[in-house]
Design a protein around this ligand. Structure first.
Ligand SMILES: NC(=O)CC[C@H](N)C(=O)O
Length: 234
């Protein structure tokens, strides 16, 4: 099994993702410069957080044109796994691999703090080691995390169980103050129809060690690694 972490000019969570995969999940992992186009060696690609191209125009709007993104599109179409975290989620939406858009936060401020998210669907390759309804404590750090989609898309996401995480309070309730950025339906993470592409605004890779305030993120990486291992056996 091999993971790849894509590096754009301006990525800044690439090393965190690399560290988690190599040290905590214990799997081989490479950095992949955004000009690369051959992803054939990989089972899963992580598009990490950061400020690709300085977030000019809109977060992710320029990174979607990087050469590697054509290959990521094909990689995803073949059912291989893609995890977009924060700026990675923004890039996946801009590239059309996930529906909707990430707008400026409701209060127009950059928000950097721990939040709670509820696991809305534990029946995915990324969440099967988590309990349905479990509450995770994860950090967010973004200015453009306000998820928006139209009514038809929201209906489709709900109906198909593709809303994977929702912002909530520490007891799993959706309250007036539990949605940090104004995201529609408190959405913190969604997947594609094939369930092999996940985008999320919170940072699970910054929450894999108790020393960092939470290790709740590790189940996401371990779920994915277990899925890949099982697929290789069968
Ligand atoms: N940590 C990140 O990936 C966040 C940066 C992101 N480009 C933003 O909305 O501010």
């Amino acid at each position: 099994m091999k993971f790849g972490v894509i590096v754009f000019p301006g990525s800044n969570c690439d090393h965190d993702a690399y560290h988690v995969v190599s040290k905590h999940v214990g799997q081989p992992v490479d950095f992949i410069w955004h000009r690369e186009t051959d992803l054939s060696a990989y089972d899963a690609i992580i598009i990490p957080g950061g400020f690709s191209y300085g977030d000019y125009l809109r977060a992710g709007a320029l990174a979607r044109f990087s050469p590697v993104m054509q290959s990521v599109r094909k990689f995803a179409a073949h059912g291989r796994f893609v995890l977009g975290i924060c700026n990675g989620f923004q890039i996946l939406c801009e590239a059309g691999l996930l529906p909707g858009a990430l707008m400026r936060n409701r209060d127009l401020h950059f928000i950097c703090r721990h939040v709670h998210v509820r696991v809305e669907n534990s029946d995915t390759p990324f969440t099967h080691m988590l309990k349905q309804g479990a509450v995770l404590r994860l950090p967010i750090a973004h200015a453009e995390g306000n998820y928006f989609c139209d009514d038809a898309t929201l209906d489709e996401l709900e109906r198909e169980g593709r809303i994977i995480f929702r912002y909530c309070d520490e007891r799993g309730r959706l309250t007036d103050t539990s949605n940090p950025n104004g995201s529609r339906a408190s959405i913190a993470g969604i997947c594609n129809r094939g369930r092999n592409v996940l985008g999320m605004m919170p940072h699970p890779e910054r929450a894999c060690e108790d020393l960092l305030g939470s290790s709740d993120g590790s189940a996401i990486f371990n779920s994915l690694a277990t899925t890949i291992a099982k697929m290789a056996e069968s």
